[in-house]
Design a protein around this ligand. Structure first.
Ligand code: BGC
Length: 451
């Protein structure tokens, strides 16, 4: 698969930062009390793991991507099917996060479950997510929810998705509904996950004509199956035309969320590798202007920015350079470069001035000792950035579970926890215990304070 779609791959004032951390004192203090080692007074650093509904829940049949997995031709190597059965086993997942001494769990709310047909709201689905949120809090975990993690309802895509003129209002209505149900109990809300992913994947590259054609055919089949003449979703079609409506949807969502829960921190997440210019005429700044600037501009008015980094990206005078031949690679062909996250944090904070939450960081690997090395080095680089005084709110590893990696299906292993594909049995990998001990020692050290 050569497509990059859905694949991996100024200091703010101390006063403003303190105000931000105090935004949800009840939840954060509760998190601090409930988790055994996590007893910081008001602002515990968030150590956690992340998932997304479509990648773990299973049978998300009313979503746009479910349909794309079923049609002919398709770019998906296999359908998501039962995924990790997390719609049923979510309590096991929450317990896993708790048992690893972490204090935060990021997961997404599947819009297509909440509103499977336009205007028909499933109270049962809303109550399901409410139970998850409450269970997290009881377990001492800060619940961090994502409102759009790539998927949207099939009916929404069949109307033209984010390109439909009503899309921002429709999304904001959905967000308001969710926040009315869950808002009082969540610690942070993310509107969009990586709305810049397609721009990032395509920047400076000539699209593979076969993949491009298959994408078009897949969307045409999905439109046909939906009785529509169009089918459009995040990260398909022309990436540049999607930016304005998605940012408008983000702003409207932020506003309605604030209207309902004024103290709930709202942000989006961006895919930001550690971009490194090579040579005097490199195009680093061109890339930054095209791929991040419009989003970073809007994020300046958010409460935090989610940074998602997997590796570094070298940029020469012609654009992206290949991974150096001698470099160690991950299962998905990224360069093994765990220190990338520190640089992304510095860049993202420098551009926005808002606090940074590492909402995803990790690697695909079948070799868990490689993941263990990654976690040690990546968390050290996050702590270094935090020690420089950058307001870093937390580190959420991607992912809690080996899950459905979009086009690549169940091949890539991003999980701290393995999932048996036949029984759904979860098995904690040794690397998860490394993250657990780093979290434990950081939290207890911070509780003791400087010596
Ligand atoms: C996405 C995840 C994905 C991960 C690894 C991120 O782009 O948010 O859904 O699984 O990267 O590729």
């Amino acid at each position: 698969m050569t497509s990059t779609f859905l694949n991996r791959r100024n200091f703010m004032s101390a006063g403003a930062f303190a105000a931000m951390l105090a935004a949800r004192p009840a939840i954060l203090t509760e998190t601090a009390k409930a988790g055994t080692p996590n007893e910081e007074a008001v602002s515990p650093f968030l150590w956690g793991a992340a998932t997304a509904g479509h990648q773990v829940e299973g049978n998300n049949i009313a979503s746009d991507i479910w349909l794309l997995e079923q049609v002919e031709p398709t770019l998906f190597s296999e359908p998501s099917g039962d995924a990790c059965d997390s719609f049923e086993r979510w309590h096991e997942d929450v317990e896993l996060v708790r048992s690893l001494s972490l204090n935060a769990y990021r997961f997404s709310i599947e819009w297509s479950r909440v509103e499977p047909a336009e205007g028909q709201v499933s109270l049962s689905a809303l109550q399901h997510y409410q139970r998850m949120v409450v269970a997290c809090r009881k377990a001492g975990l800060a619940p961090i929810i994502t409102l759009s993690h790539f998927t949207s309802p099939r009916w929404f895509a069949a109307k033209g998705g984010w390109l439909h003129p009503d899309a921002p209002a429709t999304f904001a209505r959905h967000c308001e509904r969710v926040i009315r149900h869950l808002g009082n109990d969540v610690s942070h809300v993310i509107t969009f996950n990586e709305p810049n992913l397609q721009l990032l994947g395509e920047w400076g590259r000539t699209p593979d004509p076969v993949v491009r054609q298959t994408m078009k055919d897949m969307l045409a089949s999905a439109a046909h199956a939906s009785g529509s003449d169009q089918f459009s979703l995040m990260n398909t079609g022309d990436a540049a035309t999607m930016v304005a409506p998605v940012l408008e949807a983000h702003k409207r969502a932020r506003q309605v969320i604030k209207n309902v829960c004024g103290d709930l921190p709202v942000g989006m997440t961006l895919a930001i590798p550690d971009d490194q210019g090579v040579g005097p005429d490199n195009r680093l700044e061109d890339k930054r202007a095209a791929v991040y600037a419009p989003f970073l501009d809007v994020a300046q008015n958010d409460d935090f920015l989610g940074v998602q980094t997997y590796s570094r990206s070298l940029i020469g005078p012609e654009g992206p350079l290949p991974v150096p031949e001698s470099a160690e690679q991950t299962q998905t062909g990224d360069e093994f470069y765990p220190q990338a996250i520190g640089a992304s944090i510095r860049y993202a904070h420098g551009q926005t001035g808002v606090p940074i939450l590492v909402t995803e960081n990790g690697l695909a690997t079948e070799d868990d000792s490689q993941r263990a090395r990654f976690i040690r080095a990546a968390t050290a680089s996050v702590i270094e950035a935090r020690d420089e005084g950058i307001p870093v709110l937390g580190y959420l590893h991607w992912s809690l579970l080996d899950n459905f990696e979009w086009f690549a299906g169940y091949g890539p292993k991003f999980g701290l926890v393995a999932v048996d594909r036949k029984t759904f049995k979860r098995t904690i990998k040794p690397s998860a215990n490394i993250l657990a001990s780093i979290a434990r020692s950081d939290l207890s050290q911070r509780k003791r304070g400087p010596t």
